[in-house]
Ligand binder design. Structure first.
Ligand code: T6T
Length: 334
């Protein structure tokens, strides 16, 4: 008996269930394209899972990613928690994204350990992942695109020392949450660099949980406890906005020197007003662009030479250079 005839008889005996199975097998087989096959752009879909969707930094990254997706002819979606930067709020959005099965995921993990298992689930489901901005400690993502955050922390310490001047004094840090790769690295860089300035004394680090009102409350308490506080470093948009407003409310603008990471609209306004002395601005638009480029290259099997990490530039913005055309790309445009 020929093999085709045997196959036909088996199908007739087992009935519809067998046919369904055969079809399912055939289609799952064809989905497993040989590794050299090119995926047409029109079929590629990329989702960016933000740390927190409403943050000026991620909204600017979204613009860069969307522009690059348009250029590449692939579809793009933006998702994440609008309310908080934390694993419990981010993971449900990642899980919902995995269920929709885009071709690739870009994600800013909200914790360097807690997001390992959820990202592993995406990869196991066959979805390649690029981490953007933040990273996880296990190198399972196809690549990571981020600012050089330790260097950014060092730049912040240099800028604060310059703003405070030769008199020196006590300085504090307003941070978000321990366990976030970017802000942990900024803090480490800042503290290490501070040692170069013997007249600057590190007083304390406060954690506001990426919540602006909490940062304002903690800053007011710090100002009351340290009436001679000379300066503060705020590690990101949300902590910075709280620090700035508390210093303003205490009538200490210009007296307490402020250096902040990021360049959201309220931060740029505070720089212009003189409440803030310097901003270490990232290039979130470029991070989004590069993240999409890498995902598309990967999906089109143009994988040779893709590195595990790409650094994107940053700039120290002051009142003196804020209108320089070279600075423009570092100002966030949510
Ligand atoms: O500073 C950025 C980002 O780099 C960090 O990982 C989390 O906070 C921001 O989104 C700004 O709020």
């Amino acid at each position: 008996m020929s093999r085709r005839l045997v196959a036909l008889i088996v199908v007739l005996i087992v009935g519809t269930g067998a046919i369904t199975t055969t079809i399912a097998f055939a289609s799952s087989n064809s989905a497993k394209a040989p590794s050299s096959a090119k995926t047409p752009s029109a079929k590629i879909s990329i989702t960016l899972v933000a740390g927190i969707t409403t943050d000026a930094f991620y909204l600017t990254m979204k613009k860069g990613a969307a522009a690059e997706a348009k250029k590449e002819g692939v579809s793009f979606t933006y998702t994440g928690s609008p309310a908080a930067f934390s694993p419990p709020t981010q993971i449900p959005f990642l899980n919902a994204t995995i269920a929709r099965h885009p071709s690739a995921i870009l994600i800013a993990p909200t914790d360097k350990s807690a997001l390992i298992a959820p990202i592993q689930r995406a990869i196991k489901a066959g979805i390649p992942v690029v981490t953007v901005d933040t990273l996880i400690t296990k190198k399972i993502a196809l690549s990571n695109v981020s600012t050089d955050n330790p260097a950014g922390g060092r730049l912040a310490a240099d800028a604060l020392a310059k703003a405070i001047g030769s008199a020196g004094g006590d300085v504090g840090i307003m941070a978000t949450t321990p366990g976030v790769s970017t802000t942990d690295q900024r803090i480490a860089g800042f503290k290490a660099e501070l040692k170069k300035f013997p007249k600057l004394h590190f007083t304390s680090i406060q954690y506001c949980n990426d919540d602006t009102p909490t940062a304002a409350r903690l800053t007011s308490a710090l100002l009351a406890a340290h009436p001679n506080l000379a300066g503060m470093f705020a590690v990101n948009v949300k902590s910075a906005d709280g620090v700035t407003s508390a210093v303003q409310a205490a009538g200490k603008s210009g007296k307490v020197k402020l250096v902040e990471f990021d360049a959201g609209p309220p931060q740029m306004a505070a720089l212009k007003a003189g409440t803030v002395d310097a901003l270490v601005a990232q290039y979130p638009y470029g991070i989004g662009q590069l993240g999409v480029q890498l995902a598309v290259k990967w999906l089109k099997h143009d994988r040779a030479g893709i590195k595990k990490h790409y650094g994107t530039p940053s700039a120290v913005i002051t009142k003196a250079n804020m209108n320089n055309p070279k600075i423009k790309k570092f100002i966030y445009t949510p």
